[in-house]
Design a protein around this ligand. Structure first.
Ligand code: RB5
Length: 149
C-alpha cells in the first residue's frame, strides 16, 4: 500500500519520523514535500496530497502542519477527500471505521512523535464498516456535488 505524505515547514521535523515508521510497517511512502524548513504555505501540500489520493497515485494521505487544521481544510477542498485532524488514536480509528477517511492530519505543535505513530497505526489498521455509514458518506458526497463545480 502506498501512502502520500505532505507537510508545511512546521511539520518538517516530525515527517521523517513518520516516514520511517510507515516504512517499518511495510508501507511505501511518497513524499510530496515540503522538503526544507523554509517558510511555506500549507494549502499547496494539502491539495497535492489530496489530488494524489483522488488520482490513485497513492492509496491514502498523511499531512502534518502546526495544528493539522489548515492542511486538512485544504485537502478537504479536493472533491472526494475526507480528511480528519486527529490528536488521539480513538478518533483516528473511528474516522476510518465510520467516516472512511482517506487523509489523516495532525499537528506537530500539538502531539509528540510517539502519539503520532500510535495515531497513524490505529488509522491505517482500521477498516471502513460500510452499511449505515455508507449512506452518510453518500450524503456528504451529495453536499459536495451541490457546492463544488
Ligand atoms: C504555520 O505557522 C501554521 O499556521 C500552520 O503550520 C498550521 O498550523 C495551520 O493550520
Amino acid at each position: 500500500m502506498k501512502i502520500g505524505i505532505g507537510n508545511d515547514h512546521v511539520g518538517i521535523e516530525l515527517k521523517p519520523i513518520i516516514k520511517s515508521y510507515l516504512e517499518e510497517l511495510g508501507y511505501e511512502v511518497i513524499d510530496f514535500g515540503a522538503h526544507s524548513n523554509e517558510r511555506t504555505d500549507y494549502p499547496e501540500y494539502g491539495k497535492t496530497v489530496g489530488e494524489a489520493v483522488i488520482n490513485n497515485k497513492v492509496d491514502l494521505g498523511i499531512l502534518i502542519c502546526g495544528t493539522g487544521v489548515g492542511i486538512s481544510i485544504a485537502a478537504n477542498k479536493v472533491k472526494g477527500i475526507r480528511a480528519v485532524v486527529c490528536s488521539d488514536p480513538y478518533t483516528a480509528k473511528l474516522s476510518r471505521e465510520h467516516n472512511n477517511t482517506n487523509v489523516l492530519a495532525f499537528g506537530s505543535r500539538v502531539i509528540g512523535s510517539e502519539l503520532a505513530k500510535m495515531i497513524v497505526r490505529e488509522w491505517l489498521e482500521a477498516e471502513f464498516e460500510g452499511g449505515r455509514h455508507q449512506n452518510r458518506i453518500n450524503s456528504i458526497a451529495d453536499i459536495e456535488q451541490e457546492y463544488i463545480c
